[in-house]
Design a protein around this ligand. Structure first.
Ligand code: PHE
Length: 460
């Protein structure tokens, strides 16, 4: 296959090194899911035993799809839509598989529209903490500040716009000049900030309780629903099934070993989730707060803790900066499939594609902004019992996280495991012999069965 046959596999547009790709994909994986969602669902599901199941799901479902999706992306060398169009032809498979590409580009478009609004909250909270808005205030006042933010469409819109502007700026500068530079700077900062937070947590009275909560499994606390939550989260946290890894994979140099790389990415992602748990739970226990308090855990509970602890302004500001960095490196990965497609199909240049794609996403994001205030009683699908009372934001989140991502992941596992021609797979994936056979067994049977179970569970 020659170079021009794969428009995005030209030397000048590839990631400069294996490390650059690892940082970018880990940057995509590490996000609100690790720092906000993982601690709170672990809190709700009783700790240690849930963490073990989550780790097993990362190994059996997350890593196989991560490998398959990246491999498909590199082999196609195009946007997810272009890649699937190309591969269905070159592999001689049904054209129906092309839906994987469309699903990816549309899902990443939609997910960014609401992720950006929440990313904007971290911007607000950096400012609030830095200026001492939480110092010495009580729980009601902290909750009141969060409520006031959500009630203000103007504030939400401003910060959503600032967040999107950052994302457009980075993606518009291209793979090497934008995404790669950003992740090389931001990911080490994220690790340092996180380690500082963990060291601080070690000095608090709640540290050993926090460690016990995370690492001593008590299987009597684990429910079936908890197992399914762990499975769903393993997929979300690795950013699989949504075209992001296919797009990032399309810029991966041909000599990089995908299996080894995917394992490094998964290890980094899990490490950040566990470190976030180690930074957050000691604060929660030391301040006698509630570990399972959901979305409020970091925006309501933690500011309360920061407002009362010595050095709280410093550590609080640091914490929300960390959240912002994690959110930005995930958000840029969500814009990439859309931009790559616009460049390819509309022939627009990189910056214009980022600007127009980003503006369209910003516009759809207004629906999420309004869901928390003016439209909080607008429930578009209330004629369907299951969607009663769901706002535009709730519906978007459900559509992407519970339908498009699991279906995308399932289709990717099936396409790579069953539909693609076998001859070049071991070399493309970077595995041989018995290890390759074992991997293919998991990809063909275990992974699809696992995803199907979560998918059906999320539907009911
Ligand atoms: N993995 C990211 C997180 O944990 C979320 C994400 C989903 C990013 C889909 C990209 C694509 O927050």
């Amino acid at each position: 296959m020659n170079q021009t046959d794969k428009p995005h596999q030209q030397a000048s547009t590839l990631w400069s090194s294996r490390m650059a790709f690892i940082l970018a994909a880990a940057g995509s994986a590490v996000g609100l899911g690790n720092i906000w969602k993982f601690p709170y669902i672990t809190g709700e599901n009783g700790g240690g035993a849930f963490v073990l199941v989550y780790l097993a799901c990362i190994a059996l479902i997350g890593i196989p799809v991560l490998i398959a999706e990246t491999m498909i992306g590199r082999r196609g060398g195009r946007s997810p839509i272009g890649t699937m169009r190309h591969l269905t032809a070159s592999e001689g498979t049904s054209r129906g598989w092309r839906a994987i590409g469309w699903n990816g580009v549309i899902a990443s478009f939609l997910v960014l529209s609401f992720y950006s609004v929440i990313g904007g909250w971290s911007l607000v909270y950096i400012g609030k903490t830095a200026f001492g808005a939480f110092t010495g205030v009580d729980a009601d006042a902290v909750g009141g500040q969060f409520g006031a933010l959500l009630a203000s469409p103007v504030q939400l819109l401003i910060w959503h716009s600032v967040f999107m502007a950052i994302v457009i700026f980075i993606v518009g500068r291209g793979i090497r000049g934008g995404l790669e530079k950003a992740v090389k700077l931001l990911m080490p900062i994220l690790f340092v900030l996180l380690i500082v937070m963990v060291i601080y947590a070690m000095t608090t009275a709640g540290f050993s309780e926090g460690v016990n909560f995370l690492f001593s499994p008590d299987f009597s606390k684990l429910t079936t629903a908890g197992v399914l939550t762990a499975l769903g989260h393993a997929a979300f946290t690795l950013s699989i099934g949504i075209g992001v890894l296919m797009a990032y994979g399309s810029y991966l140099p041909p000599n990089v070993n995908i299996a080894q790389t995917a394992i490094s990415i998964a290890i980094l992602d899990v490490a950040v989730a566990l470190l976030a748990g180690l930074a957050i739970f000691p604060l929660v226990f030391a301040n006698a707060l509630e570990p399972g308090s959901g979305p409020g855990l970091i925006f309501v509970t933690l500011p309360l803790a920061f407002g009362q602890m010595p050095g709280g302004i410093f550590f609080g500001t640091l914490f929300f900066a960390l959240l912002l960095v994690a959110a930005v490196t995930s958000a840029i990965s969500m814009l990439e499939p859309v931009v790559e497609w616009l460049e390819e199909h509309k022939g627009a240049n990189r910056f214009k594609s980022a600007l127009f794609g980003g503006l369209a996403i910003w516009f759809i994001g207004i629906g999420t902004v309004l869901s928390f205030n003016i439209w909080d009683d607008v429930h578009p699908l209330s004629f369907i019992a299951a969607f009663e009372g769901q706002t535009v934001f709730d519906l978007l989140d459900f559509l992407v996280s519970n339908l498009m991502m699991p279906l995308g992941g399932l289709a990717i596992a099936l396409f790579a495991g069953w539909a693609m021609q076998r001859a070049r797979l071991p070399e493309d994936i970077g595995l041989q012999g018995a290890v390759y056979d074992g991997f293919m067994f998991v990809l063909r049977y275990v992974t699809p069965a696992g995803i199907a179970v979560v998918f059906l569970y999320n539907l009911i």
